[in-house]
Design a protein around this ligand. Sequence first.
Ligand SMILES: Nc1nc2c(c(=O)[nH]1)N[C@H]1C(S)=C(S)[C@@H](COP(=O)(O)O)O[C@H]1N2
Ligand SMILES: [Mo]
Length: 240
Amino acid sequence: MGTDALPSAGTPVGRRIFLGMLGFGVGGVLVGAKVSDLVGRVMAPITSRDRLGISDLFPGAGGFRIYSVVGYLPKRTDAEYQLTVDGLVGTPLTLSLAQLQAMPPTHLVKDFQCVTGWRVHQVPWTGVRLADVLDAAGVQAGGRAVRFWSFDGSYTESLTMDQARRADVIVAYEMQGGPVPSVHGGPVRMYVAPMYGYKSCKWLARIEVTSDVIEGYWERRGYDVDGWIGRSNGRSDTPV
Ligand SMILES: Nc1nc2c(c(=O)[nH]1)N[C@H]1C(S)=C(S)[C@@H](COP(=O)(O)O)O[C@H]1N2
Ligand SMILES: [Mo]
């Protein structure tokens, strides 16, 4: 389906999101602010309709909004894609997409829920357990957390080692029955099933094992670091 026909590298997708970010300043802290009042305009989607005019190309994307905090959609081909695994590991790794796909796959069919309220039901996902990737690199004794880096150059996220080792946390290369589309963070993104969507880093470039959890992009802007669906961010959604 026509995702490859989309505007890709460096395509401007609307200035409102970028300008919206500036309002918070660098490292801005939402002291006492009600996150729920702010998310609607801060976590603004690049919707197919008003940003790219591609909604008709997405009959199967049902319900997902497309987000990019950098105001463009980063692009890596399958062939040039590489995932770095480093930090507090025994053996730093550089994995190609083919190498990831050669590892034992995990299939999940689970909902995807954004903290702004939208939810996509029963999404099929395929990928490799993050635990398996970590085991392949070998986590050092002091490695108690994992940090994700996006090749968009801005987005980061993190999990505790216990969270990272859950069976429903995967390095995903397929969703909705095909390759993860570029707009949804392909070729490879995280899918952290039990947590709100902001934990699922798109355009995954690097997994860094760290000693402690480091706040991610949205967490520096007021969201909970432990983003459990239904018991964080003051929300009461049904857990995934
Ligand atoms: N690199 C990156 N990852 C990201 C985001 C983003 O803007 N940039 N947005 C997050 C949020 S808030 C959500 S809800 C999901 C949205 O995924 P989608 O764009 O595939 O719908 O991606 C998450 N991962
Ligand atoms: Mo989100």
